[in-house]
Design a protein around this ligand. Structure first.
Ligand code: CU
Length: 151
């Protein structure tokens, strides 16, 4: 009988230790600045086997608006539209903002930086994009060939 209770006690201790370990590992990586996020990222994955992948980094510009740098590879040569959309890649919401066009060279790579958020856009601060937005890159027909949620 004593052995049984001892085993239950050890089991409880191991369980509590596991919960504490998980809780302490929950670091969102945004740093301890106490304000909002200072950098957001999106990892863009290929859609429909396009082979197009990349990253987007959103940071706060000096004037308080958002700077968006999109870097892609695997693109067909030429221009590619890309946007910040509402909601998520799975939900495929409407366009919030058209980003600077990506111009892919023969190597399929392209990078575009957007800094000029329109004055009339009330939602141009970095924190606005911290939840519920994604970046989509399109082919010339408008189909989404790469997508990543901003987080
Ligand atoms: Cu789009």
């Amino acid at each position: 009988m004593r052995t049984k209770w001892l085993l239950i006690g050890i089991g409880l201790l191991v369980g509590v230790a596991a919960i504490v370990a998980v809780a302490c590992g929950d670091d969102d990586g945004n740093g301890g600045d106490g304000g909002g996020a200072r950098e957001l990222t999106a990892t863009l994955s290929e859609m429909e086997g396009s082979g197009v992948t990349g990253t987007a980094v959103l940071t706060e510009d000096d004037d308080g608006t958002t700077r968006v740098v999109v870097s892609m590879e695997g693109l067909s040569e030429g221009p590619h539209a890309n946007h910040i959309h509402h909601v998520t890649c799975d939900a495929q919401g409407e366009v919030h903002l058209t980003l600077e066009e990506l111009q892919a060279g023969a190597d399929g790579r392209a990078e575009a930086t957007t800094t000029d958020f329109p004055e009339e856009d009330p939602d141009r601060e970095l924190n606005y994009f911290a939840a519920g937005h994604y970046i989509a890159v399109h082919d010339t027909a408008g189909a989404v060939i790469s997508c990543g949620n901003i987080e």
